[in-house]
Design a protein around this ligand. Structure first.
Ligand SMILES: [Mg+2]
Length: 166
């Protein structure tokens, strides 16, 4: 259940290291990972990061949402994406396994119960980032309630960031 790496946000991630360990495909959660729930659009800062990363990786969105908002974010970033993923169920991972090599793929997200659990039980590596802010819909609040127990159980320390162990 422990994420393979843990960073404050998507800007702090050592993408060079990901390249070095053979990662070619990065699957991003959207809400509270790329932008907060409260924003409808990505800014030039996100677009700049994604444009830079496009040179080295296939960038793919994997969001549980299927709102116009998430679809337009996928468009604005100029990448592809899976919506209505139903993380942490196996649904989206089964689709992804057909198209991408697991060993060359990594997920990035802000939630233990959806992003980390879902990726790990399907054999994918995952990077946890801190949520951008604490404004979250009811379903996420429910996941956070369960997350608290897990975090305690595995003695995961918030703010104690770490890289992938090679
Ligand atoms: Mg999220």
């Amino acid at each position: 259940m422990r994420p393979d790496a843990y960073y404050k946000n998507i800007y702090e991630i050592d993408y060079k290291e990901l390249k070095e360990i053979g990662i070619k495909n990065i699957f991003f959660d959207v809400d509270n990972t790329i932008i907060p729930y409260t924003l409808d659009k990505v800014s030039s800062r996100e677009i700049e990061l994604f444009n830079k990363l496009k040179k080295d990786f296939n960038l793919v969105i994997a969001s549980n949402s299927n709102s116009n908002r998430v679809n337009s974010i996928i468009n604005d970033l100029g990448i592809t994406g899976y919506t209505s993923c139903m993380k942490p169920t196996n649904k989206v991972y089964k689709k992804i396994i057909k198209e991408y090599n697991i060993e060359e793929s990594i997920f990035i997200g802000d939630q233990f119960m959806t992003d980390v659990l879902g990726a790990h039980k399907n054999g994918f590596k995952v990077i946890l980032v801190d949520r951008i802010n604490n404004i979250e819909p009811f379903t996420t609040k429910f996941w956070r309630f369960l997350e608290k127990r897990v975090v305690k159980k595995i003695k995961f320390e918030k703010g104690n960031y770490y890289k992938i162990k090679k």
